[in-house]
Design a protein around this ligand. Structure first.
Ligand code: 5CA
Ligand code: ZN
Length: 410
């Protein structure tokens, strides 16, 4: 599937620090990316509605990681999926009388536009679930051959109990897992399952639903195996980061890691499982199913500068849950105007210290709010005391563009 494009970040003088990040599985902040090439798989959207601020927050988080890695000298290989076939898409198609493919194409195109506007670097591979169906089917066949898959009626399920590591991504108790599984697309109570947490890997054709012809029969993939298969195909059995919002830690990343483990024998699938916090609006987590959404495209059409949206997101640490407010966006727009005024000055205070500080705090589990404070300090001095360095304003603009992804000058 077509990705989107963005200008590569300016190379900054010197080299950034190695990034340490919180890993959900170990519950600790640890260094990332031991090799020259860093690999990252970020779960993409289910395109049945437009990109909302919660999505934007998640993709901007992983964009920061991409930028910090590049600044510290790593080549980055970044893969993202699009869940372009799944129940919510079919439900939306029935509810609105549209073709599910038309919805997926339209919302994916809008997502690309929103990501471009937010200056999010594109993945190297952007892969749809539909295009991954042959690969998913062959991996399910492999799991069948190893005894990791069984049939319930005409559907196929993964035996989580076969994997001794199952449970070690999200570290939840069995009762917590069962409760959350039911809330997030799982079916713990389906009769005929061997264990409530066994997850669907292949769903046979249902009346009036799309299905694909594969050696497993006519049907479509389960959700978790989709990402496991795409990540394996494009990145291999061990990657540096698998990422998404915190609602993906369980069951999605737990199940995917187990499936990869059973397929390859390798553990852990990701050296870091990285999860960003949830953004709320009107008192609840922003979600397509609840409908309490603020869309990126809507704000853009109202004339909001996407760089102000980006700054509003970056003013919260990526792991915290927070609530979107119009006031927060206004504050970000004011900050953006101040920063732009400062980098347009002919002279400014020396910039080495702010470059160093931004690198330091971002490398420490992406402390973006502290990075904004550091730039604020430089901007304040530039606008009040002034400075005598003619190269500093451009250097700070490049710093902010490269590492924070906020374009100050064109
Ligand atoms: N297609 C699957 C992943 S394979 C999926 O979860 N799609 S999604 O469209 O529902 O979500 C896309 C990403 O946005 C996920 O990482 C999810 O965790 C994140 N996300 C969804 N809602 C919010 C929210 N309110 N705040 C922050 N992130 C969110
Ligand atoms: Zn996924």
């Amino acid at each position: 599937m077509e990705s989107w494009s963005a200008a590569l970040p300016h190379a900054l003088p010197g080299r950034g620090r190695e990034l340490a990040l919180f890993d959900t599985s170990s519950g600790s902040v640890r260094p990332t990316a031991p090799g020259k090439q860093a690999t990252m798989y970020v779960c993409g959207i289910t395109p049945y509605d437009a990109t909302h601020i919660g999505h934007a927050n998640t993709y901007v988080t992983f964009d920061l990681i991409n930028r910090v890695w590049r600044d510290s000298g790593h080549a980055v290989r970044y893969v993202q999926n699009v869940t372009d076939i799944d129940d919510p898409l079919l439900e939306r198609a029935v509810a609105t009388g549209q073709d599910w493919r038309a919805i997926a194409d339209r919302e994916t195109a809008l997502f690309r536009e929103d990501m471009t506007a937010l200056n999010v670097l594109p993945p190297d591979e952007y892969i749809g679930a539909v295009e991954a169906i042959p690969s998913v089917a062959s991996k399910v066949e492999q799991l069948q051959a190893s005894g990791d898959v069984y049939a319930v009626d005409t559907d196929l399920y993964f035996r989580v109990r076969n994997d001794p590591r199952f449970g070690s991504v999200a570290n939840l108790s069995e009762s917590e897992m069962i409760e959350i599984f039911a809330e997030r697309g799982g079916d713990p109570d389906r009769p005929g399952k061997e264990h409530p947490l066994d997850c669907l890997v292949w769903q046979s054709e249902r009346p009036d639903e799309p299905a694909w012809d594969t050696p497993l029969g006519h049907g479509r993939p389960g959700w978790h195996i989709e990402c496991a298969a795409i990540a394996l195909d494009y990145l291999g059995p061990t990657i540096d980061i698998q990422g998404g919002g915190s609602d993906l830690a369980f069951p999605h990343h737990e199940m995917g890691a187990s499936e990869v483990h059973q397929l390859t024998g390798e553990w852990p699938f990701a050296r870091h499982f990285v999860h960003s916090g949830m953004v709320a609006w009107q008192g609840h987590k922003m979600s397509k199913s609840r409908g309490n959404l603020v869309f990126v495209s809507q704000l853009r059409h109202e004339g909001v500068d996407p760089m102000a949206i980006r700054l509003a997101l970056l003013s919260h640490h990526y792991r915290s849950d927070w609530a979107w407010t119009p006031h927060g966006l206004e504050g970000a727009a004011e900050r953006l105007a101040r920063w732009r005024a400062a980098v347009e000055l002919p002279y400014g205070p020396q910039s080495d210290a702010v470059v160093e500080r931004v690198r330091e705090v971002l490398a420490d589990d992406l402390r973006a709010p502290s990075a904004l404070d550091a730039v604020d300090d430089w901007v304040h001095s530039a606008l009040t005391a002034g400075g005598s360095d003619p190269t500093a304003p451009t250097a700070v603009a490049h710093l902010v563009d490269s590492l924070l992804g906020v374009r100050l000058i064109s």
